[in-house]
Design a protein. Structure first.
Length: 347
């Protein structure tokens, strides 16, 4: 029903507009008594075989929602009704910022993909905390943090530090985002020296806490194998807790959408089906070269149980969806978890 009726209606409208409409609709509908329970009966699979113990938590299943959907931590409780094992909020910055000019999100239906250049639009870390204080469920929440657009790279570490301290008591783990292509010069922070300094600074702050929280790094799919090897050495040196692989790509090769349409859209990060192969390659490379020495959350082009299982078989501990959630609909988490259980039953 979703793909045959609901999705075509949604796709009549601009992507960002329909996102806000659906967002508000979920928020309002879930306030009706019994609706959350109904959604959970439809989409949640409770099975101890799906559980994953990681970062000091028991994830009820390995399928999470990637950052970007619930930027300001306004919908994480309701999203849990669709079966997600965890929700990642953000990317959050110290100060509120509007992001890039609209339009800034575009669909490529032929490729089952999106291009976005949102630019870390968010209400700021303190606003997110106000919403997190009202958490009503036990859903595991990750905090994805970044820097403000106006902050020069030499001062970027302070932005991440502010977000870390502001969110520390209200999120369950942290993700350091230096890999979005939509904030000028942000990806330069992936270079070995500035990235090492940034992560060591956050790790030092974390170690001063009574109960430190997991810190993960989100990386781009556009890194070379040599750069991925540098990432492995940085993880080992800084002793952060893992990686999220991968963010959106600036690559436009092998798209089915005609070149003129893609060029007219312009800059932005590409997500969805075209990313499946590269994200899997990155996960495999990191797992093999690191000797599976740290956890990896896989994200990028996951649309089915087969996609998720390929990531898990490659060594990923957890997976995340975003564009797949938009194209496949609310059944995606249930379908992935059913596929995982089916494989376990056949072992």
């Amino acid at each position: 029903m979703y793909k045959s009726i609901i999705r075509p209606i949604f796709f009549w409208f601009p992507p960002e507009s329909i996102h806000h409409f659906v967002f508000q609709a979920i928020k309002i509908i879930c306030k009706i008594p019994g609706v959350s329970s109904l959604f959970r009966s439809m989409y949640v699979i409770n099975d101890s075989r799906l559980e994953k113990n990681l970062f000091g938590f028991t994830f009820p299943n390995p399928v999470g929602l990637a950052a970007g959907f619930d930027k300001d931590a306004k919908l994480f409780d309701e999203l849990g009704n669709f079966g997600f094992g965890f929700i990642e909020i953000g990317t959050l910055t110290p100060k509120a910022q509007p992001g890039n000019d609209k339009p800034r999100m575009f669909r490529l239906p032929t490729d089952q993909a999106l291009i976005n250049r949102m630019g870390f639009n968010n209400e700021g870390a303190e606003a997110a905390v106000r919403h997190l204080k009202n958490r009503k469920t036990k859903i595991i929440v990750g905090g994805n943090i970044g820097k403000n657009k106006i902050t020069p790279n030499e001062d970027a570490a302070l932005d991440y530090e502010i977000c870390f301290e502001t969110l520390f008591d209200y999120v369950d783990y942290f993700v350091v985002n230096v890999s979005s292509p939509n904030t000028p010069n942000l990806r330069a922070l992936q270079d070995k020296e500035p990235l090492t300094k940034l992560l060591l600074r956050l790790k030092s702050l974390n170690n001063q806490k009574n109960k430190p929280k997991a810190i993960l790094l989100k990386i781009a799919p556009d890194l070379t194998n040599e750069q991925l090897d540098d990432i492995i050495s940085i993880v080992n040196e800084t002793k952060i807790d893992g990686l999220i692989a991968t963010n959106t790509t600036i690559d436009r090769s092998n798209l089915k959408t005609d070149k003129e349409t893609v060029e007219k859209i312009g800059a932005g990060g590409l997500s969805g089906k075209p990313l499946t192969k590269r994200s899997l390659e990155v996960v495999r490379h990191l797992i093999i070269k690191s000797n599976n020495s740290f956890p990896i959350i896989a994200v990028g082009g996951i649309y089915s149980a087969e996609d998720a299982l390929a990531m898990i078989d490659a060594g990923a501990s957890l997976v995340q969806v975003y564009t797949g959630f938009i194209y496949e609909g609310p059944s995606i988490v249930k379908n992935i978890n059913k596929g995982i259980l089916k494989k376990l039953n056949n072992l």
